[in-house]
Each structure stands twice: as structure tokens, then as C-alpha cells.
Design a protein around this ligand. Structure first.
Ligand SMILES: [Fe+2]
Ligand SMILES: [Fe+2]
Length: 492
């Protein structure tokens, strides 16, 4: 059984006037990043949110903010349970949005009992008689394990490593012991607390998601009831000096919510050492409809109507970037003859180019595999000869998530493509966007001394520098890389 614990999102409707450790203005973005990680990579059996979803209980927009967070939580593919904290609005309003979160959540042999204990001075809590009664009722007709979820950390009154506790903490602990609770999960203390045991009950306090490095907990509970707690961060380790070489902008037709100043700020909060904006070159030259019709691929730059050209606007917007942290580049498309879809004068102004295959003429259901392989290699050779810094998502074209045509990556091309990358001194991009990179191919690249480029392929703010899978991928195929990341990594 695996639980993911989030706490203290402190979502705010606007950034605070003064610098503040709590980055609640990005609460929705942090939550969305966590939710996507849980769904795709961490796969918990349930997700618990331990209170303080909002920062200001009196925010006139409180109900709308809670609705936004609920919409994001509903993306979870597993059940979740939410409780209010001392920063959340009155229970009447909170449970208007989270009406079905007052009852226990049963997951397998585990019953999770939520509490909304009243706050007492200062930032403490008190368990009410009716809630002690709910503890007793939760045990009735339940032979499985019991888990208590409350906002304020519970600990023995005379031995608690936190300034916040329950006024009647010892009675709460005694009741948990009496009804044989296994786990007691809280939030509220944004630094989090070390996991402790009290009479066979594991006491866990989750850190605040709103404060750097934006952490959550993963709890693994084995058959014997032993609990393993892992703390993970939404931010990358700054010491790794990771660069994101694949970030889109408002100019992408597939942009979801990007804004340059927010992308920059999140890039810094998430521990990156650089961001490279790489807008689709075809999106800058063609209309959305023309891109859907694959005009850039079939006819190329000469078919672009000058009145649709947004490249000058892209460069104008890019003037506001911080040159020490950000760079202006492009994700270059190529036409069917292998010619870059970009005007040479614009190309000369780009500081970084990802070369990408987004279309192939031979790729179709029931297509000729040898023709596909041949076209794929010819396009790749043209791209690499053209002199890009990195090859974006190699092999993704064969199995792009949103495409109806899906083929396994042709393993017989791993070695030839790795050799081409080496020959043209071009990096191979690890990219998980609608894509699953192949370990065997990247291991070959590393063997041959091909550099690795990391790309988040950001289309939504939650994706900026989201290298959670990239880092785990490298841990697997290149153990020891963390001691000197620059040895294998391309620097822009
Ligand atoms: Fe809090
Ligand atoms: Fe709190």
C-alpha cells in the first residue's frame, strides 16, 4: 500500500506584496505537478491532503480557489481525501466544495479517518468529544488498519519536537492506542518533522508544498505494517545544475497557460541553472490550420505566407528574457526534403536549436516498416548535418501518444542513430512528453560519448524543469552521473 501525502498548499489569489517563503501564488501549479507525477510515475493507492489548501481563510475568492484545487485533484487516477487546516475558510464553505470528504476513506485493508479539529491559540488544535467518538466508531466492524489524518501534528505533551500540538494531545494518543491506529498523519509544520513511533503508532508530519524545495511524502506500508517514509521535492537539486533545453512559449499553438515571467520564476524556484526557449519554427511561420494540415512538412518554408509570420514578434517578446538565465532558441521543424522550416536570417539569431521530426510521409497504419526506417534515418541525417545542438525526442515519431499510428521504436536503428549523433557531435534529448525514451538507445549514446540534453517540453507551467523521470532514467542507465553531471550533459 502506497500513500502520497501533500500538505499546506497555501494557495493565494495573488502574490504577496513582500517576498515570502510561502509561494502560494503558484499553489495550483505545484499541485498540478505533483498530481501528474503521482499519476504517471509514483502511482500511489491514495493521496491525502493534510490541510491549509488556502493561505487566507477570508479571501473573497476562497470558494473559487478551492474549486480550482479540486479540479486539479480530480485529475488523480486514485481516490483522495482532503481535510481543512487553520488557514482554510470556515467549515461551511470548505465542505461546500469538498462535501464528500467528511467520511473515512477505505483503501484495501486501510481505513483513513479525516479530522477537522478546531483551532486553539496559538495555531494549535483540540479534539472534540464527538471526534473521539468517531475514532471509536471507525474501529467498529473494521478489522483492518486505521489511519488518522489531521492538520496539526500530534505528539506526547512532554516530548514533542514541534511548537504546535493538540491541547489534549495525550488523550488523542491514548485513544489512538486504544482503538489500535497504525498511523497518524499531519501537516501544518512546513519544515515537516522526523517520523517517530509512539506505542506502535507511526507519527508522520508532511512538509508544506508551498515552501522551497516544495516537498511531499510517499508512505509505503508493507504487509507486516512497517512504514517507510520517503520525502521528495518538486524542485530539482540545484547542485546538479540542470538546464531545460526545451521550453515552449505563448507562441506555441499547443501552449496551455505559459507566460514568460512565470516560466522564468518557476525555472528558478525549481532549481534549474538555465532555460532555453525553443518555439516550434513551423508555428512561427504558419497558421494553426496549416500546421494541422502538415503544410510545413510537405511544402516547407516557401509555402509560408509572409502575413502569417510571427517570428519577429517572438524575437521581440524574447527581448525581456534574463540573458544570464535564459536563451532564445527554436525547435526546428524540417520539410520532407530535410530542409529546415525557418528563414536563414532568423536562424542566424537563434542561440540554440532542437532538431525535431514531427511528421513522416511513410508513417501510416499498416505502413511499410523498411520505408519508414529509411525515411526516418534520411530525415535524421539531414537534421544533424544542418547543425542543431540537440536531437529532440529521438524515435518519438513512431509512438507519439496523441497519434493514431503507433509502432515500437525500431531497435535496429538505435546503433546507427547513435553513430550519426556522434559523427555530427549532436546531443540526444531525453524527453518524456507524450513519450517514453528508450533506455537501450540512450545507454548506447552514452557509451559512444554522445552528450545528453534534458528537455521538459514545457507547454504548461507545471512542466518547467520537471526532470523527475529524467533523473531516475539517468540513475538507471548512468549510475554515478550525479558526481559530475556536466561530463555527460550538454550545456547550452
Ligand atoms: Fe500552513
Ligand atoms: Fe496550519
Amino acid at each position: 500500500m502506497r500513500l502520497a501525502i501533500l500538505s499546506d498548499i497555501h494557495y493565494m489569489s495573488a502574490p504577496p506584496a513582500k517576498p515570502f517563503a510561502r509561494r502560494g501564488e503558484y499553489g495550483d501549479t505545484f499541485l498540478l505537478r505533483a498530481v501528474h507525477r503521482f499519476n504517471r510515475f509514483i502511482k500511489p493507492d491514495a493521496v491525502l491532503v493534510a490541510g491549509d489548501l488556502l493561505h487566507d481563510p477570508n479571501d473573497p475568492a476562497a470558494e473559487g480557489l478551492l474549486e480550482e484545487l479540486k479540479k486539479t485533484l480530480n485529475i488523480l487516477t486514485v481516490p483522495y481525501l482532503v481535510i481543512p487546516g487553520n488557514h482554510d475558510p470556515a467549515h461551511e464553505l470548505f465542505y461546500k466544495v469538498f462535501a464528500d470528504h467528511k467520511e473515512p476513506l477505505d483503501v484495501g485493508k486501510f481505513r483513513i479517518l479525516p479530522f477537522a479539529d478546531p483551532e486553539t491559540p496559538i495555531n494549535n488544535a483540540c479534539r472534540l468529544p464527538e471526534d473521539f467518538d468517531r475514532m471509536r466508531q471507525a474501529r467498529e466492524n473494521w478489522a483492518g488498519e486505521l489511519i488518522a489524518l489531521q492538520h496539526v501534528p500530534v505528539g506526547p505533551a512532554d516530548n514533542h519536537p514541534c511548537e504546535y500540538n493538540f491541547d489534549n494531545a495525550d488523550a488523542v494518543l491514548e485513544a489512538m492506542k486504544k482503538y489500535d491506529f497504525k498511523l497518524c498523519i499531519s501537516g501544518h509544520e512546513h519544515a515537516g518533522l522526523p517520523t517517530r513511533e509512539w506505542n506502535g503508532i507511526t507519527l508522520v508530519t508532511a512538509p508544506g508544498l508551498c515552501e522551497s524545495p516544495f516537498s511531499y511524502l510517499i508512505l509505503d506500508i508493507d504487509e507486516a505494517g512497517a512504514v517507510t517514509v520517503t520525502r521528495e521535492n518538486l524542485a530539482m537539486e540545484p547542485a546538479l545544475r540542470l538546464e531545460d533545453h526545451h521550453v515552449h512559449t505563448t507562441f506555441a499553438y499547443c501552449n496551455e497557460n505559459l507566460a514568460l515571467h512565470k516560466t522564468r520564476e518557476l525555472g528558478k524556484l525549481f532549481g534549474l541553472s538555465r532555460i532555453v526557449y525553443t518555439e516550434h519554427s513551423s508555428h512561427l511561420l504558419f497558421t494553426k490550420d496549416e500546421c494541422v494540415q502538415k503544410l510545413p512538412f510537405y511544402i516547407g518554408t516557401s509555402a509560408a505566407n509572409p502575413s502569417s509570420n510571427r517570428t519577429p514578434d517572438y524575437f521581440t517578446e524574447q527581448q525581456e528574457i534574463e540573458k544570464s538565465f535564459e536563451m532564445t532558441g527554436s525547435e526546428l521543424d524540417y520539410d520532407q526534403y530535410g530542409r529546415p522550416v525557418v528563414h536563414p536570417a532568423d536562424r542566424a539569431k537563434l542561440q540554440f536549436c532542437n532538431g525535431a521530426i514531427h511528421a513522416m510521409d511513410s508513417l501510416c497504419p499498416g505502413g511499410d516498416l523498411s520505408k519508414m526506417n529509411e525515411e526516418f534515418m534520411a530525415l535524421n541525417e539531414a537534421i544533424l548535418r544542418d547543425g542543431v545542438q540537440a536531437l529532440a525526442h529521438p524515435f518519438r515519431i513512431f509512438s507519439f501518444n496523441s497519434s493514431k499510428v503507433k509502432y515500437p521504436a525500431p531497435a535496429e536503428l538505435f546503433e546507427p542513430l547513435a553513430d550519426l549523433l556522434k559523427k555530427y557531435d549532436t546531443a540526444a534529448e531525453i524527453n518524456f512528453h507524450c513519450n517514453q525514451p528508450d533506455e537501450e538507445f540512450f545507454a548506447l549514446c552514452l557509451q559512444k560519448g554522445v552528450k545528453i540534453s534534458l528537455g521538459s517540453d514545457t507547454h504548461n507551467l507545471y512542466e518547467v524543469g520537471e526532470f523527475y523521470p529524467h533523473v531516475k532514467f539517468l540513475d538507471k542507465i548512468a549510475p554515478g552521473w550525479r558526481s559530475d553531471p556536466q561530463e555527460i550533459m550538454l550545456q547550452a
